[in-house]
Design a protein around this ligand. Sequence first.
Ligand SMILES: [Zn+2]
Ligand SMILES: [Zn+2]
Length: 144
Amino acid sequence: MPMPDFAAMLREASLRVTRPRLAVLTAVHEHPHADTDTVIGHVRADLGAVSHQAVYDVLRALTDAGIVRRIQPAGATARYESRVGDNHHHVVCRSCGTIADVDCAVGHSPCLTASDDHGFVVEEAEVVYWGTCPACAAARTTTA
Ligand SMILES: [Zn+2]
Ligand SMILES: [Zn+2]
């Protein structure tokens, strides 16, 4: 995956270019769907001592600016990814929590047409596919 120009993305979003912001963006880009602790681990490996709160604040600023997308499947901790704006969905393993990207079924939001929209202007359908990942399925058949 080519590394995007994170500094340009920050400037475009009117955010100051700082080393913690660049480190967080790099970590999220290289580790899609990482949770906060994983992001902190990578940022610390990159920059040295950085507080939990500092990374948390950066993640929130980047999410608010739309540079990073935050997802939170039911029962899971928040995860972050740099793939934004394409309305893609996620498939989540019920056993181990592994998350993979699933392209939007129709290519634009809302992906699903509500059978009855109750007069609402529907902008988005949040779709999470739940199931068992190949590794967990294989482990299950070998131990059964
Ligand atoms: Zn699994
Ligand atoms: Zn994703």
